[in-house]
Design a protein around this ligand. Structure first.
Ligand code: URA
Length: 372
């Protein structure tokens, strides 16, 4: 996103009117990337810069976290110079510009996390934190016990040794074997290279889950929001700092900034604890189930011990039904063992998380109080 004037960014985030935002800036209550800004012409990039008002971080747009069931034959970038279909085409109705957390090969299907929270994405993708990525690979040949070892050996990719994978044989059929492979890093074509190296070329590859988040129950091309439980667990596990979206506007009275919600001594709100009524990091419901992907079958292979919780039945972070598909691509039958029984998604009622509902009503109550 391009740079914009700070007062415009603050106003759009609901912090204050532009004029009052200017007063906040002049009063030295706004900082950009840790540096206090008092100049009214100052600009910032709301996506790239850390903008704070009274020490509370401003998030310029709602933070959105989704998991997409990436189909095969789609690139996991937001644009493609060769004009191929991209994951951006599949998340057009997500109400924010979400980007993939890591990559899946063009021919790999399965769980792809996408978010506009850069900090979250970099924590999940951080090699030191080793978020598990669980794949099922259909490989050519019969992988015997003795062969399995070779799949767990380190290989060198772009001059660096990989961490050993964890590998389990699920089954074989004829001269094909299905393996479950867990990686804890995101190296280019790692599973396919492992297959080449061990003499069992990968015929089909699907990611079951990333950091415990599964795309089970989604048809290829569909996405869903992470549930509030999933998000809380991930943020805890990966140390994602708590962020505040558009903390309650510290309004300006007669040119002097004051806090709205309660009388606070001194000029500024206390940083740190999230103020009451802080708005949820979640966007408004999308409520767009879209067209069903008729006849499309899951590309997920047979169930295996999945890490993490399945999303079904869990509360969504959004009231909307599970994401919408564009038209689902052709079923990818050949690559799978028997498909997983999918959860019944339709009609599943998803409540906004309690905190969100509370946040909204208390914000309303406060607004009423403030008008009085
Ligand atoms: N390993 C691969 O070879 N491809 C992927 O898409 C992911 C892991």
């Amino acid at each position: 996103m391009a740079e914009e004037r700070l007062q415009k960014i603050l106003a759009r985030a609901g912090i204050a009117s532009r004029r009052n935002a200017e007063a906040l800036i002049s009063a030295g209550r706004v900082s950009v990337d840790g540096r206090k800004v008092t100049e009214l012409g100052a600009k910032a990039d709301p996506r790239a810069s850390r903008i704070e008002v009274d020490g509370r971080r401003l998030v310029a747009e709602p933070l959105v976290y989704v998991v997409l069931h990436k189909p095969r034959a789609v690139v996991s970038t937001l644009s493609d110079p060769e004009g191929r279909r991209t994951v951006a085409d599949l998340v057009r109705d997500v109400p924010a510009r979400v980007a993939p957390v890591g990559r899946l090969d063009y021919h790999t299907s399965g769980a792809l996390l996408m978010t506009n929270d850069g900090e979250f994405a970099s924590r999940i993708a951080h090699p030191r934190l080793g978020a598990p990525k669980v794949y099922v690979a259909k490989v050519k040949g019969e992988v015997k016990d003795a062969d399995l070892e070779r799949w767990t050996e380190s290989i060198t990719i772009e001059g660096r040794a990989t961490r050993p994978a964890e590998v389990t044989r699920l089954r074989y059929e004829g001269d094909k074997t299905w393996l479950e492979i867990t990686l804890r890093e995101g190296r280019n074509r790692q599973v396919r290279r492992l297959g080449e190296r061990s003499g069992f070329p990968v015929m089909r590859l699907a990611r079951l889950s990333h950091a415990g988040i599964s795309s089970e129950g989604l048809r290829p091309g569909e996405w869903r929001y992470l549930t509030s439980d999933e998000l809380t667990d991930l943020k805890q596990a990966f140390g994602v700092p708590h962020r505040v979206r558009a903390a309650p506007a510290p309004p300006i009275a007669k040119g002097r900034p004051q806090l709205r919600q309660r009388a606070v001594k001194g000029a500024g709100a206390k940083p740190g604890r999230a103020p009451q009524g802080v708005r949820s990091t979640h966007p408004a419901p999308v409520g767009r189930p879209g067209r069903g992907a008729q006849g499309a079958r899951s590309t997920h292979p047979a169930p295996v011990g999945r890490p993490g919780r399945a999303a079904q039945g869990a509360r969504s972070t959004h009231p909307a039904p599970v994401g919408r598909p564009g038209r689902a691509p052709q079923a990818t039958r050949a690559g799978r063992p028997p498909p997983v029984a999918r959860s019944a998604r339709s009609g599943q009622k998803q409540q906004p998380p309690a905190g969100e509902a509370r946040g909204r009503s208390s914000a309303k109550a406060r607004a009423r109080t403030n008008r009085r």
